[in-house]
Design a protein around this ligand. Structure first.
Ligand code: C2E
Ligand code: CA
Ligand code: CA
Length: 297
């Protein structure tokens, strides 16, 4: 083994140690080496896919269950690869690790705002909700970037919602809160995604300038079958109401869940009961047809 190889092996072992939460050490093994080369290959595939513009926008309607009509959509990325459509679990984490998530999201937002222009011509107050990774959210310049885009596309800021998760708050909560305030002052709205699944931010919740709390599918799916999940859904709705925030329930699949949520005054619904994520053309058609979904009594 030459010194070059020794250093490379040490680097692989160091990466492993960091993955284990730092403050530890690891001896190099051949298995680590294989894992490292697989990781590099995966990263390379994702970079190439980005260069080739293989990431595309899908959108899932968010429906008001009282009117049965879609009020907006959530942007969900897909990877169009060799004729198949791959889910975000295949690329988002890696894209975040290598920082590619930022240019990837920027391209997606630009496509989404162009699509939103089409939709607003059919339903004027339609909105788009975009997932923003922690890295991106905390990056300086996000506000200026978004302000420039809203101006360029002539879209009112309230028709753009940004979804952040609790992980955005973990490292530097004060900085994240400051950032939220600055984005709010631009007029865009903020949603807390996957509420209840991550770091408990109850302490911060009252300080966060949030418009929407998204109740995670993990709890919604327990409605009717798991009393504890149901208790969490109830508590989230009460909490949101008392903090003056709206709730969107995610992953709603059954009429039982839909009705339960309506009885508890949660009418913003996202889930397969209404629609799976679809490409732009389908959403445009959906709006042109003025589709009315199942309504709550
Ligand atoms: P998420 O933000 O929580 O998005 C909701 C996920 O739940 C989507 O999965 C959606 O397809 C799925 N879903 C919605 N309704 C139902 C339902 O009724 N039943 C079931 N079984 N699933 C439902 P998807 O599209 O696979 O996205 C997974 C995650 O990937 C997202 O979770 C989000 O965290 C991430 N993601 C997707 N697009 C982006 C993006 O552009 N940027 C970032 N940073 N993350 C993204
Ligand atoms: Ca989301
Ligand atoms: Ca979510």
């Amino acid at each position: 083994m030459d010194s070059h190889e020794l250093l490379r092996h040490a680097d692989v072992a160091m990466y492993h140690a960091k993955q284990l939460g730092r403050n530890t050490f690891q001896f190099f093994t051949q298995a680590m080496n294989e894992e490292a080369s697989q990781r590099l290959a995966r990263e390379a595939r994702i970079k190439v896919a980005h260069d080739r513009d293989e990431f595309i926008n899908y959108y899932q309607p968010i429906v008001n269950s009282q009117t049965g009509k879609a009020v907006g959509v959530e942007l969900l990325l897909r990877w169009q690869k060799d004729g198949s459509i791959l889910a975000p679990s295949e690329f988002i984490v890696v894209a975040e690790e290598i920082g590619l998530i930022i240019p990837m999201t920027e391209r997606a937002i630009e496509r989404a705002l162009a699509d939103l222009k089409t939709w607003c011509a059919i339903r004027s107050d339609f909105y788009i909700s975009i997932n923003i990774s922690a890295l991106h959210f905390l990056k300086p310049g996000l506000r200026t970037y978004l302000a420039g885009l809203l101006e360029r596309f002539q879209i009112p800021p309230e028709q753009l919602k940004l979804e952040v998760t609790e992980t955005t708050l973990i490292k530097e909560p004060d900085r994240a809160i400051e950032k939220m305030r600055s984005l709010k002052s631009l007029g865009v709205s903020l949603s807390l995604d996957d509420f209840g699944t991550g770091y408990s931010s109850l302490m911060y919740l009252k300080r966060l300038p949030l418009d929407v709390i998204k109740i995670d599918r993990a709890f919604v799916s327990g409605i009717g079958s798991d009393e504890k999940d149901q208790a969490i859904v109830d508590a989230t709705l009460v909490l949101a109401k008392s903090l003056g925030m709206q709730c969107v329930a995610e992953g709603v699949e059954s009429e039982e869940q839909l009705n339960y949520l309506a009885q508890h005054k949660c009418y913003c619904i996202q889930g397969f009961i209404y629609s799976k994520p679809e490409p732009e053309t389908q959403i445009t058609q959906y709006l042109k047809d003025d589709k009315v979904e199942i309504k709550v009594q």
